[in-house]
Design a protein around this ligand. Structure first.
Ligand code: ATP
Length: 363
């Protein structure tokens, strides 16, 4: 069992800065948990505390059934893959991969067997005699992964391992890491600031901001039911649009009114709006770009096209409304011109509502 449990974990650096603020997180055995958030939110600090590379200021950390707050990194049964790979430049790939095992006094034959097997999995068999500087970025990345895999850790900790790769290789390695996780059947804790990596790779995602966990859930749940405006805007590209609105009731129906244009709300939202006492109140209306549709004149909001971006199958349409810019995702065949006036409406069942003060989801 390699679950990782963080209870009330905080990190206060020597200069008094609190990078992680009493976080609780249960990472399940064999889970691919992605810690995601903007730069400086505390994800690397959290990972390094799990690894034992950073002292825990307060709270309890357990890996498996072992309380590890004061256990040295080498005794935690974890392996870490860093952003810069941290390979020893003077050693061959083989020796880089063997290094940790030699320290553990693993017999030579077993080291050889494990390295050969891992090299086969990662398709780096032909690189074993090379030095790191004779490798491409993608190959170095594989070696760094290989060095972690040969140690057969219970938990893999990865800190932005793909960020030094070019876009194409990154997409390829993303798929390979998912496969690797399926093959190895171990726990992965993966740090990234890239929401696409989080969405595509995570069994669950932990969204952090300012040293605090905002939401932990499966990617689909995070996307469809973000708990607050921060999560709603951080996950999803292009990001969710936010408009000011008021909840109004007319003829027993509940609407979100944006400058007098009314959008009927879905049943589930209506319930939450009534229970929360939001009728008559101002709210923030959130709409994802793909939930904005172009409608005929006289309907929806009147907006003006500013920029269009054709992305093969989709067309991103940047439009302005009351001096602010928003974005819609339309089918590629839609033809629009600069400055063209449009009318847009929203998929009512996909409208998100947020409390204006707390910025929390009303659902
Ligand atoms: P990034 O994506 O940029 O790596 P992150 O979310 O991983 O960001 P951390 O590296 O965990 O963030 O840093 C969290 C906060 O702690 C940042 O504000 C950072 O400046 C601060 N910090 C990190 N290391 C130290 C340190 N040794 N002393 C003081 N403050 C630190």
């Amino acid at each position: 069992m390699a679950k990782v449990s963080l209870k009330g974990i905080s990190k206060i650096y020597d200069n008094g800065f609190q990078a992680v603020k009493s976080i609780d997180l249960e990472i399940k055995d064999k889970e691919f948990m992605v810690l995601v958030g903007p730069s400086g939110c505390g994800k690397t600090t959290s990972l390094r505390m799990i690894a034992g590379l950073e002292e825990i200021s307060s709270g309890d950390l357990t890996i498996g059934d072992q309380y590890v707050n004061n256990v040295a990194p080498k005794d935690r049964n974890i392996a870490m893959v860093f952003q810069n790979y941290a390979l020893y430049p003077h050693m061959t790939v083989y020796d880089n991969m063997a290094f940790g095992l030699k320290l553990q006094k693993t017999p030579k034959d077993e080291i050889k067997e494990r390295i050969e097997k891992t090299a086969r999995i990662l398709d780096i068999e032909q690189l074993l005699t090379r030095k790191p500087k004779q490798l491409s970025g993608g190959q170095r990345q594989r070696v760094a992964l290989g060095r972690a895999i040969v140690r057969k850790p219970e938990v893999f900790l990865m800190d932005e391992p793909l960020s030094n790769l070019d876009a194409k290789l990154r997409v390829q390695m993303r798929a390979e890491l998912i496969k690797l996780h399926n093959d190895l059947q171990t726990t992965f804790v993966y740090v990234t600031h890239d929401q696409t990596e989080a969405m595509t790779m995570g069994t669950r995602i932990c969204v952090m901001n300012d040293g605090i966990i905002q939401q932990v859930a499966e990617p689909k749940v995070i996307y469809n039911h973000p708990v607050n405006m921060f999560v709603a805007s951080f996950i999803g590209a292009p990001q969710m649009n936010f408009l000011n609105g008021t909840i109004v009731e007319k003829n027993n129906k509940i609407f979100a009114s944006i400058d007098g244009t009314e959008f009927e709300l879905d049943e589930a939202i209506v319930k939450a709006v009534k229970n929360g006492g939001y009728v008559g109140k101002e709210v923030v209306v959130g709409v994802r770009p793909e939930d904005i549709k172009i409608v005929g004149e006289g309907q929806g909001l009147k907006v003006k096209v500013e920029v269009t971006e054709l992305l093969g199958s989709d067309l991103n349409v940047y439009f302005s409304y009351k001096g602010r810019q928003y974005i819609a995702k339309e089918d590629a065949h839609v033809e629009l011109e600069f400055n063209q006036e449009l009318h847009v409406s929203f998929n009512s069942e996909k409208i998100h509502l947020f409390d204006k003060e707390s910025e929390k989801s009303i659902l």
